[in-house]
Write a new protein. Structure first.
Length: 493
């Protein structure tokens, strides 16, 4: 005799317990609304979760990729302060690039950079910048891709030196195949002129309130890692009686007459069908399209196949070493070095490593199923330690142990045609009257943590007010700056 599938119901079903989903849950809870959350992983936080590794009596922590918190939206600060209270700190940012065996400050220190590259290369950079201004400003060469965007603002020599190489390393494709939108979201407002202005204002001791986000030099960070925000939200919601189901994955999204009726999931207790009146979801677009039943039109199914993501492999190395660098991040633009970015977690918060010990979180950009993705922990470590030793960061004698982590669908790939097919897919999804798709994976948009939080809040507000707000507008300001209003708090230097 076959067992009948268990059925439950809720007013709003939230699929995904990352920043966007949990922000929506918090806002709905404040309004006393009925909802439940499902999450396919065993932890909340999505790409902003924090791992805790115990080695005897010692505890090492790391985020899934380092996160800094900065926003224009004062409500976000109040939102997180209400959750964490005093468990977050203000951190002085230090970020550098490691190129050709030398460190380069980021934001750029012109004197240091000129000293490192030497007069011949400096002249070449200035010459190329002049050529670019003539080509793009005088002769109006159109901006067709990421390469054009960078060259028009920095010239070819400087653009290749610290932006083009790293971007191609992230995406695994030529910068000429990358849409200019990537630049608009990540380096909007950044140019040689903005760098010079920022440096001049620092020299004269004046605050540059409108500096581009890439130049912001102070940020907030939860004392025990970014995941503390989301674990704290989970604890609060559960204490209020709300259900958060982990290890629960959607298998089918059933719909009729432009409304989602229910979602069939697999859970630790078997298959369940969750009936709902509203759905907030942050499932990667490709996956969500494939979950719909009845299936979408053939054209939508074909278009979703064009959406591509880059994934990441991570190696977290714990060390019998007090410190490696003073930096939170170090970038490795050169393609010869397989490491994309290095983060020393104790420089975000001393509580991330035991006293007298430190750790390194290494990121490797890859595509699911490629050679890097398929490497074992030992293989990835051997590749990493070879380059860390060659660069003079540490050596294997100081290594305690290492941990291997993988994440799929980390970066949506902005190829030259992505807007066309993504726009068609979103037009189709927008026909569902009770669907709110949010977050980086849900909207196929490379947005920051603060934007994901805002998307979740706006989706919840739409349900509370009975209005569908424009989630696409979050973080898409023409001039986007991470110039949030910082209060005076404890600072880690």
């Amino acid at each position: 005799m076959m067992c009948r599938m268990k059925k439950i119901s809720t007013k709003t079903l939230i699929i995904g317990a990352g920043p966007a989903g949990l922000a929506a849950a918090m806002e709905l809870s404040k309004a006393g609304k009925d909802f439940m959350v499902i999450e396919r992983q065993s932890r909340v936080g999505g790409l902003a979760k924090t791992y805790e590794f115990k080695e005897g009596d010692l505890i090492f922590r790391t985020d899934t990729g380092p996160h800094r918190f900065f926003s224009k939206n004062q409500y976000l600060y109040e939102f997180i302060e209400d959750i964490l209270h005093e468990q977050w700190i203000q951190v002085k940012r230090q970020t550098r690039q490691f190129i050709g065996g030398k460190f380069y400050d980021y934001p750029v220190n012109a004197v240091q950079a000129l000293r490192n590259i030497g007069p011949v290369r400096a002249i070449r950079i200035l010459f190329d910048y002049g050529v670019a201004k003539i080509r793009y400003s005088v002769f109006k060469k159109p901006i067709r891709n990421f390469a054009d965007y960078v060259y028009s603002r920095f010239g070819k020599s400087l653009g290749d030196f610290n932006m083009i190489n790293y971007t191609e390393k992230i995406w695994g494709i030529s910068s000429e195949e990358i849409h200019e939108d990537w630049a608009s979201q990540r380096i909007k407002g950044l140019s040689i002129t903005s760098l010079a202005k920022d440096m001049a204002m620092k020299v004269f001791g004046r605050a540059n309130k409108n500096k581009p986000k890439s130049l912001v030099d102070t940020f907030y960070y939860p004392e025990l890692g970014t995941g503390l925000i989301y674990e704290s939200i989970k604890d609060r919601l559960e204490s209020e009686g709300y259900i958060i189901m982990l290890n629960t994955e959607p298998r089918k999204v059933l719909h009729r007459n432009n409304r989602i009726r229910s979602v069939i999931c697999t859970s630790p207790d078997g298959e369940i069908e969750i009936e709902c009146e509203q759905v907030i979801e942050s499932v990667p677009v490709k996956e969500f399209i494939n979950l719909l039943e009845p299936k979408p039109p053939a054209r939508i199914v074909e278009l979703q196949k064009k959406l591509r993501y880059r994934s990441q492999a991570y190696l977290f190395i714990t060390l019998n070493q007090e410190s490696v660098t003073p930096d939170q991040w170090i970038y490795f633009p050169e393609k010869e070095n397989p490491i994309g970015r290095l983060s020393e977690m104790r420089n975000f918060s001393h509580a991330m490593s035991p006293v007298g010990k430190t750790s390194l979180f290494l990121e490797f950009f890859c595509t699911e199923g490629d050679a890097t993705w398929n490497m074992t922990a030992d293989e990835l470590f051997e590749e990493a330690i070879t380059h860390l030793e060659a660069c003079g960061f540490t050596d294997r004698s100081k290594v305690r142990t290492y941990y291997h982590i993988r994440e799929k669908n980390v970066y949506p790939i902005y190829d030259l045609e992505y807007k066309d097919y993504l726009g068609t897919i979103k037009t189709y999804l927008d026909k569902f009257e009770n669907l709110y798709y949010i977050g980086r994976p849900g909207r196929f948009r490379y947005n920051n943590q603060d934007h994901s939080l805002e998307m979740g809040m706006l989706a919840a507000k739409g349900i509370i007010d009975g209005v569908k707000y424009d989630i696409e507008s979050v973080g898409s300001e023409k001039e986007y700056y991470e110039s949030g209003n910082l209060k005076t708090k404890q600072t880690q230097s």
